[in-house]
Design a binder for this molecule. Structure first.
Ligand code: 5GP
Length: 239
């Protein structure tokens, strides 16, 4: 660990793909990446071999790149194969979905083909709730229920658009189209920071030449070669 004195203590929270552990520094947590994969609100379950290691490495590389480019995030450092050190966040219960190309639920909702071009980047908000299946919400609902303030919505939206510019370029340089993805933010000492992870679990990543899916859609849709796709993303991200 970063400092010899920093100790991993008890489990704070276990989610579908990650576990958070307390440390003896109240501001820092250890984020552990599991191999478990779920889809369709955990109705579909499975294991993607080595996913934890791959996602930890991919997310660490991307968060480091974002930090180097002025985005404030929870990332402190990668500790080992499956763990990263992060700042403790008071998570804002809003998923920010960023879309560059129509796919997934947007393509379905609008009755358009996946791959349909968008004239501009689309931001959507969902309420983070496993029981309700992360329902679609808007800024009025976020403010009305106190999920976030108007200022926080502005901060998250502006950060999401800046992140999108950086990530679109990052993936493009590595032969990958960043189709859409989910971001989560949280509060830390009065600041709104990017949290969670950026991995093929929460991003649609298509090969630039072949449009082959290199993300969790291979698991969701039983397309096969799931592990291979995750390995390929890792190779390209670290290139
Ligand atoms: P869609 O709304 O089309 O299902 O998802 C849009 C994008 O956000 C996809 O890249 C998808 O992976 C990501 N996303 C949306 N909700 C979740 C979620 O609850 N968990 C994860 N890991 N990704 C999500």
């Amino acid at each position: 660990m970063e400092e010899m004195t920093l100790k991993k203590l008890e489990k704070l929270y276990e989610g579908k793909a990650k576990i958070l552990y307390e440390t003896d520094d109240p501001d820092l947590l250890v984020q552990y990446f599991k191999d478990e994969a779920t889809a369709f609100n955990a109705k579909k379950k499975g294991i993607i071999r080595k996913k934890g290691e791959i996602n930890n490495a991919v997310s660490s590389r991307i968060f480091k790149y974002l930090e180097e480019n002025g985005i404030r995030t929870h990332f402190v450092e990668q500790l080992n194969e499956r763990e990263m050190l992060v700042k403790r966040l008071d998570i804002i219960p809003v998923e920010v979905i960023v879309r560059n190309i129509a796919a997934g639920s947007l393509a379905k909702r609008l009755g358009v083909e996946e791959g349909t071009e968008l004239r501009e980047t689309v931001l959507e908000f969902c309420y983070k709730s496993d029981e309700l299946g992360d329902p679609f919400i808007n800024e009025y609902i976020i403010r009305a229920f106190g999920f976030a303030t108007g200022d926080e919505i502005t901060e998250m939206s502006e950060a999401a658009l800046r992140i999108n510019g950086l990530l679109t370029r990052f993936f493009d340089e590595r032969g990958i189209i960043l189709v859409d993805y989910k971001l989560e933010f949280g509060r830390h000492k009065g600041e709104v920071l990017l949290g969670d992870e950026i991995t093929p679990d929460g991003c649609r990543l298509w090969d630039k030449e072949t449009h082959e899916r290199l993300d969790k859609d291979r698991f969701r849709r039983d397309l096969g070669k799931v592990e291979e796709a995750y390995e390929e993303v890792l190779r390209k991200v670290l290139a």
